[in-house]
Design a binder for this molecule. Structure first.
Ligand SMILES: [Zn+2]
Length: 248
């Protein structure tokens, strides 16, 4: 026992230690700690939400904001994609606007369309060149899942969608598909063109296969089958057929 000030008394139990002690198994304790960390409402998160609100048509509701925060973990099993989603939510990328503020003499213009002020939303969404590519991505996904997909930053950038038991599989695919395109935008940050949609579809097929290898025996896959709606496999078949088509 450590000797604390004032004599040999027990040190106070930390909240983390309390979670571990009171939740039986380590797995349950870790789940509890994760949930606690995700529900923490810090001033910086409020500022971040306000920045998103300023860029969206209407402010996010509490439920939507919570969905956006949770989407980081739900987007994929792969930590790289989760990291991409984290960076998008927190808008961490160095945009020409931010660089121009830090270094005088640098240009704040968009490398793609030459718009004079390339801030985060311009770089990832509203730039006409990127916007056209997003339109093609959303059109492709609409064909794959046979449901209209909203072309909005809420859906595509933050992963906010209506959820129910029937569309779990579809939402997972849409989250993965959008995250991969966001990753491509980030990886071609200074490019004069948008990422190629054909390349995105090929990468999506590969990543969707990796996800399905993990999912195949899970309950979610069976539930979707029972409801007689599209399964992950049928999405894969449609995407495979589309990837074989010649680009227009
Ligand atoms: Zn631009």
């Amino acid at each position: 026992m450590r000797q604390w000030e004032g004599g040999p008394v027990e040190p106070p139990v930390s909240p983390v230690l309390h979670a571990i002690l009171s939740h039986g198994t380590a797995k349950r304790a870790i789940t509890f700690i994760y949930a606690a960390l995700q529900s923490v409402d810090t001033p910086s998160l409020a500022e971040l939400r306000a920045r998103w609100d300023a860029d969206l048509v209407s402010p996010l509701t509490d439920t939507q904001w919570s969905q956006a925060l949770c989407h980081i973990k739900k987007v994929s099993r792969n930590v790289r994609l989760r990291y991409t989603q984290l960076n998008y939510l927190h808008r961490t990328y160095l945009t020409p606007c931010r660089i121009a503020k830090m270094y005088t003499g640098t240009v704040a213009a968009c490398p793609r369309c030459k718009h004079h002020r390339a801030d985060f939303m311009h770089m990832v969404w509203s730039c006409p060149i990127i916007s056209t590519a997003w339109q093609t991505v959303v059109d492709t996904l609409t064909v794959v899942v046979e449901t209209p997909i909203p072309l909005t930053p809420e859906a595509c950038l933050l992963g906010i969608r209506t959820t129910n038991k029937q569309n779990k599989c579809r939402n997972k695919l849409l989250g993965l598909a959008c995250a991969l395109f966001k990753r491509m935008i980030a990886m071609h940050w200074k490019s004069q063109t948008a990422p190629k949609v054909e390349a995105w579809l090929k990468i999506l097929l590969k990543w969707a296969q990796a996800e399905s290898d993990f999912m195949s025996d899970t309950q979610i896959h069976k539930e979707i089958n029972v409801d007689n709606t599209h399964t992950w496999d049928t999405y894969m078949s449609i995407m495979l057929a589309k990837s074989d088509e010649k680009p227009p």
